[in-house]
Design a protein around this ligand. Structure first.
Ligand code: ATP
Length: 344
C-alpha cells in the first residue's frame, strides 16, 4: 500500500525567466485533506497544475500513488479537478453533469444512474429534487456541490481544488467549508486544496503547506503552523502576531519594552520576538510584565481587542476583561514559552 498520494520532489517551474515555484518538496498522504496556502502569486496554482499534468516541471519528480507521473499527460493521471469558475456544463442538467465522466468511461446506464444518485446524496443534493434541474436553476452553493460530485464521480485518486469557494459570500463559504470537510471524511479521497484564505486552510486541513514567493515556508498541521511558525512570514501570514525587535543578552532579551525572559534562543544576536495577541494577558500574573497605556479599544463581541503603548511599542492584545478604556494605564504580560524568537 502506498503511503503518499502525491509526492513532489525538488520540483521547479519557470515561465520564461521567472521561476514561479522552486525546489518544492511536499509529500501528501493518502486520504489527507491537504491545503496549499499562500498570498496571491506565491505559486499555489502552479503547483496544482503541475500535479494535474497541465504543465510539466523544468526539474524534479512528481509521483502520484507511487507512480512517476512527471511527464504523463493529465488524462492518464486519474485526477479530479474543481476550479473556482466550476466549469459546469450549462446545457446539461445536474444528473448529466455528474454522469459526464462516467459516460466517457462507457459505464452501463444502470450503473451510471446508481452512481450519480449516490454522489448527489453524498454532496447533500436530493437526486429526486435536483437531477433534472438546469445549472442556472441552482444557487452558488448547490453549483459547488454539483461540481464536487462530478469530479468525485470518476473516483479519482486525488481531487484538486483551486479556490472553489472564492465566489461565495461569507456565510455560505463557512457552511461549505464544513460540508467539504465532511464530504472528504466520508469519501476519504485525497484532497489538495489551494487557497489564499487562512481560515479555510486552518478549518479544513489535516496538514497544509504555506507558500511564499514560489517556495514552501512550512508544512504542518494547522496547530503546528499556528503555534510553532518556523519563519516570520508564516507567523505573520497566519493569524495575528506582535513583533518586538530585541537583542540577545545572555539568557534573556533586551528590547524597548525592557528585559524579556524567553524559553529558547536560536543563536542570532538580533532577533524579533513574536507573541500572539491572545497569549497576552491583562494583569501582572505572567513571567514578563510591562506597564503601558491603552491607545485603542475595539469591541469584537464577547472580547476586546486593545492596543497598548509600552515605551513606544504598540502591543495588540485580545482579552475578555471588561471595563477597559482608552487612556487607562494597565499591566500586560506573557509567559516565556508563549513567545517565539525569530532571526531579525
Ligand atoms: P493567485 O492566488 O493569485 O491565483 P497563485 O499563488 O496561485 O496566485 P500562480 O498562479 O501559481 O500563483 O502564479 C505564480 C507566479 O507565476 C505569479 O507571479 C504569476 O504571475 C506567474 N505566472 C503564472 N502563470 C504564468 C504564465 N502562464 N506565464 C507567465 N507567468 C505566469
Amino acid at each position: 500500500m502506498v503511503e503518499f498520494a502525491v509526492e513532489l520532489d525538488g520540483v521547479s517551474k519557470k515561465y520564461g525567466n521567472f521561476e514561479a515555484v522552486s525546489n518544492i518538496k511536499i509529500s501528501i498522504r493518502r486520504g489527507e485533506f491537504f491545503s496549499i496556502l499562500g498570498p496571491s502569486g506565491s505559486g499555489k496554482t502552479t503547483i496544482l497544475r503541475l500535479i494535474a499534468g497541465l504543465i510539466f516541471p523544468d526539474s524534479g519528480l512528481i509521483k502520484i500513488m507511487g507512480q512517476n507521473c512527471t511527464f504523463i499527460p493529465p488524462y492518464k493521471r486519474n485526477i479530479g479537478m474543481v476550479f473556482q469558475d466550476l466549469a459546469l456544463f450549462p446545457h446539461l442538467n445536474v444528473f448529466e453533469n455528474v454522469a459526464y465522466g462516467l459516460r466517457i468511461r462507457k459505464l452501463p446506464e444502470i450503473e451510471i444512474k446508481r452512481k450519480v444518485c449516490e454522489w448527489l446524496e453524498i454532496v447533500n443534493l436530493d437526486p429526486k429534487i435536483f437531477s433534472r434541474r438546469k445549472i442556472n436553476q441552482l444557487s452558488g452553493g448547490q453549483q459547488q456541490r454539483v461540481a464536487i460530485a462530478r469530479a468525485l464521480a470518476i473516483e479519482p485518486s486525488v481531487l484538486l481544488l483551486d479556490e472553489p469557494l472564492g465566489s461565495l459570500d461569507l456565510k455560505l463559504r463557512q457552511h461549505m467549508m464544513s460540508e467539504l470537510k465532511k464530504i472528504q471524511r466520508t469519501v476519504k479521497t485525497t484532497f489538495v486544496y489551494v487557497t489564499h484564505d487562512q481560515s479555510e486552510a486552518l478549518v479544513m486541513s489535516d496538514r497544509l503547506a504555506v507558500m511564499n514567493q514560489g517556495k514552501v515556508e512550512q508544512v504542518g498541521s494547522p496547530i503546528e503552523v499556528y503555534e510553532k511558525p518556523q519563519t516570520r512570514f508564516v507567523a505573520e501570514f497566519i493569524g495575528e502576531m506582535n513583533f518586538i525587535p530585541a537583542e540577545v543578552c545572555e539568557d534573556h532579551l533586551l528590547s524597548e519594552l525592557g528585559k524579556i525572559k524567553v524559553s529558547k534562543i536560536n543563536g542570532a544576536k538580533k532577533v524579533v520576538l513574536g507573541v500572539r495577541p491572545e497569549k497576552i494577558k491583562v494583569g501582572n500574573k505572567a513571567e514578563n510584565v510591562f506597564r503601558g497605556k491603552i491607545e485603542e479599544v475595539t469591541y469584537l463581541g464577547g472580547f476586546l481587542k486593545i492596543k497598548v503603548n509600552v515605551n513606544g511599542v504598540k502591543i495588540k492584545c485580545i482579552t475578555s476583561s471588561n471595563g477597559l478604556r482608552e487612556e487607562d494605564e494597565i499591566e500586560i504580560g506573557w509567559n516565556s514559552e508563549e513567545a517565539i524568537v525569530f532571526e531579525a
